[in-house]
Design a protein around this ligand. Structure first.
Ligand SMILES: [Zn+2]
Length: 242
């Protein structure tokens, strides 16, 4: 894949300089094994409901691997069932929580070592990202609490860029370079991290512990979504064919 990247970037050679799998926009936790161990104390009842929804839970090795990139053109016998399974898992997960800030899932979270992720902002539109790479990001950042289907019992604050430029492939095998902003950028950044074997907790400050879902509910702040991404329940089928 790497040999081909220059080709995709010919339209804008500046982005090559910033090439990075998931974006070096902040320091990562230096010892993820110790962090994973430390955070087991926050496990609660959502672990069971997300497991029942089919989401692989923190502690599974597949979540700490860099996901395998796919070589286009993609075999629809592989791609169609993978995307269908991601959608079905999201639908099951939504039965146990309202997800006001949108939702995303990556293939490793359903046990598949593939660089495929799917995000849905609150308006219900859908973005399917295959082999996504964060090319560049804004200096401007946002700070918000995130949750993860693979350890849903707690929430933690993460600083993310306000805007990301991402190269990815569509399920049809077409390369795209697209800018994502605000809450949608956060959803995308979270899922691209999964494909790099990272959790949002790896980007949390060392001295901050996550909080329980109950505590989060008392201080939660909805993420900022731009107008076109924020209307709940509108355009549910919008980008699904991409
Ligand atoms: Zn997650």
């Amino acid at each position: 894949m790497k040999a081909d990247i220059a080709t995709y970037f010919q339209a804008d050679p500046r982005v090559v300089d910033n090439w990075s799998p998931s974006g070096d926009y902040g320091p990562l936790h230096p010892d993820t094994d110790a962090l994973d161990q430390h955070l087991t104390r926050f496990i609660g009842p959502y672990r069971r409901s997300m497991e029942e929804a089919g989401v692989v839970q923190r502690g599974a090795p597949v979540l700490r691997q860099v996901a395998r990139e796919l070589e286009p053109p993609f075999d629809s016998d592989l791609m169609v069932p993978v995307i269908r399974r991601l959608r079905e898992t999201i639908e099951r997960a939504r039965r146990s929580y309202p997800f006001q800030n949108g939702i995303g899932i990556s293939a490793p979270q359903i046990g598949l070592d593939l660089a495929v992720a799917l995000v849905r902002p609150p308006n219900g539109s859908e973005h399917v990202l295959i082999n996504p790479r964060i090319l560049s990001w804004s200096e401007e950042t946002t700070y918000a609490y995130e949750g993860c289907l693979s350890f849903f019992d707690f929430r933690g604050p993460v600083t993310r860029p306000w805007e990301l430029t991402v190269r990815y492939f569509t399920p049809g095998g077409e390369p795209r370079i697209e800018k994502f902003r605000a809450g949608l950028a956060r959803l995308v950044a979270h899922e691209v991290d999964h494909l790099a074997g990272l959790f949002y907790t790896d980007r949390m400050p060392d001295d901050i512990d996550p909080i329980s879902v109950a505590e989060y509910q008392t201080r939660r702040i909805d993420w900022e979504f731009l107008d076109e991404e924020s209307q709940s329940g509108v355009g549910a089928e919008t980008n699904q064919a991409r």
